[in-house]
Design a protein around this ligand. Structure first.
Ligand SMILES: NC(=O)c1ccc[n+]([C@@H]2O[C@H](COP(=O)([O-])OP(=O)(O)OC[C@H]3O[C@@H](n4cnc5c(N)ncnc54)[C@H](OP(=O)(O)O)[C@@H]3O)[C@@H](O)[C@H]2O)c1
Length: 393
């Protein structure tokens, strides 16, 4: 967001890319009205295969010429590697590593053809050390650092500025996604997004920018420290710090976070339409690929459900084939919860659940924005209905 705002302030037209279309569009609207620039939004999941080609073809279809690229999307994971969710590890690799490489591969030739612009790949202070409890994440960022520095050298003289930019702890939603409390993790050295983006753009404005840069003086020192230690000593020292931070963060953050998740899942008749909105990632029944869509969920008496208007639904077909899916909370808190779906096909059980659902659909404030009244009979035949079990909440 901060990159977008500062570049808009410099008069650049923008293409904003992320998964949540609603958030992209509201940021785009704000930037258009504040800065009078043109903003295009592309809501896609960059962890899917070939994100560079997909993005490029969407922009070509819309006749948009890209003059610079910032690969910013990424997320972290922490905790013991052997206790980490393998699916999430794969998604992190796909987003933090493959997407950065793929988008660079797709767009850099265009920038070179124009002989200008820049490619910023966001790495991290974590790239400069091997970090126990964040081993896979720090390795993804080490890839970005090494890959981008090499690109910097390969593209010298082409007119394109290539930069690996490494923020340290920064106060963003990163820590919601990471599931750790940033106050504990940062130990007082967090930077604001403004400080980070100010630094990145000022480095890029130099006549001959370096291949990489670490944001913040203290972070700089932390990044160079391992060079003066043996690798054994460096990893043990880093491990002592992260394990202490994480243990503190774990004890403080997890109860607070679990409580927020419980609140977000605890819908009742006073909940707004937005509170019902989540994303789910199912596995494509035919393709076997992850399929992420936005959908409503329902909650009655400690049980959770997904449903929809009558008719075939691909998400339902996917869940019939493979009931395991990810339930993405995105209101109040961001959380990716592993879940399993049980299709509800028995008429009496369906009737009882749809009776509760229509109560919500028919509320005077019409949170679902559907033509009212909705009757149980409208849903009974042909509406998909599944009960959700969460692996842990
Ligand atoms: N914050 C820190 O302390 C810190 C420190 C060092 C490095 N970094 C790096 O800085 C970068 C930005 O992180 P941040 O702190 O700004 O985190 P953030 O607030 O969580 O933002 C991440 C952004 O990436 C988008 N995104 C996430 N998954 C995506 C996917 N699969 N496809 C498309 N877009 C996706 C998110 O939007 P949607 O959820 O709508 O898709 C969001 O706009 C990351 O690469 C991170 O590793 C952050």
């Amino acid at each position: 967001m901060e990159f977008a705002s500062q570049l808009a302030g410099r008069g650049s037209n923008l293409v904003l890319v992320a998964r949540r279309a609603d958030r992209l569009e509201s940021l785009a609207e704000k930037l258009r009205s504040e800065y009078g620039i043109s903003v295009t939004t592309v809501a896609i999941d960059l962890s899917q295969p070939a994100p560079g080609e997909i993005l490029l073809s969407q922009l070509v279809d819309r006749e948009i010429t890209v003059t610079s690229v910032i690969n910013n999307a990424g997320f972290g994971m922490w905790g013991k590697f052997l206790e980490s969710d393998p699916n999430r590890l794969r998604t992190m690799m796909a987003l933090n590593v493959t997407a950065v490489m793929d988008i660079s591969r797709a767009f850099l030739p265009l920038l070179q053809l124009r002989g200008g612009g820049y490619l910023i790949n966001i790495t991290s202070l974590a790239a400069y050390s091997s970090i126990p409890m964040q081993g896979a994440y720090s390795a993804t960022k080490a890839f970005v650092l090494s890959f981008t520095e090499a690109l910097w050298a390969e593209t010298r003289g082409s007119g394109v500025r290539v930069l690996a930019f490494a923020p340290g702890v920064t106060t963003t939603e990163f820590f919601d996604v990471l599931q750790v409390d940033d106050s504990a993790a940062s130990a007082g050295r967090a930077q604001s997004p403004k400080q980070v983006v100010d630094t990145a753009l000022s480095i890029l404005d130099r006549r001959d920018p370096p291949p990489s840069w670490v944001s913040g003086h203290l972070n700089h020192l932390i990044a160079v420290l391992p060079r003066y230690l043996t690798r054994r000593r460096a990893v043990l020292l880093t491990g002592r710090t992260t394990m202490r931070n994480i243990t503190t963060a774990q004890s403080e953050a997890i109860p607070a976070r679990s409580e927020k998740i419980r609140q977000a899942l605890g819908l009742d008749l006073t909940s707004s339409g937005r509170q019902h909105v989540i994303d789910i990632t199912t596995t494509g029944a035919k393709s076997g690929r992850p399929r992420r869509i936005e959908i409503w969920f329902h909650h009655y008496d400690g049980r959770w459900f997904l449903s929809g208007t009558p008719g075939p639904k691909s998400w339902y077909a996917n869940l019939l084939k493979n009931p395991d899916f990810t339930f993405h909370l995105k209101h109040g808190i961001h959380a990716d919860l592993p879940a399993t779906a049980r299709p509800i096909v028995e008429a009496e059980e369906r009737r009882a659940i749809f009776a509760r659902m229509v109560e919500v659909y028919n509320l005077p404030k019409n949170p679902a924005r559907v033509p009212q009244p909705v009757r149980v009979e409208d849903l009974l035949t042909g509406s998909p209905l599944v009960e959700i079990s969460f692996a842990s909440i």
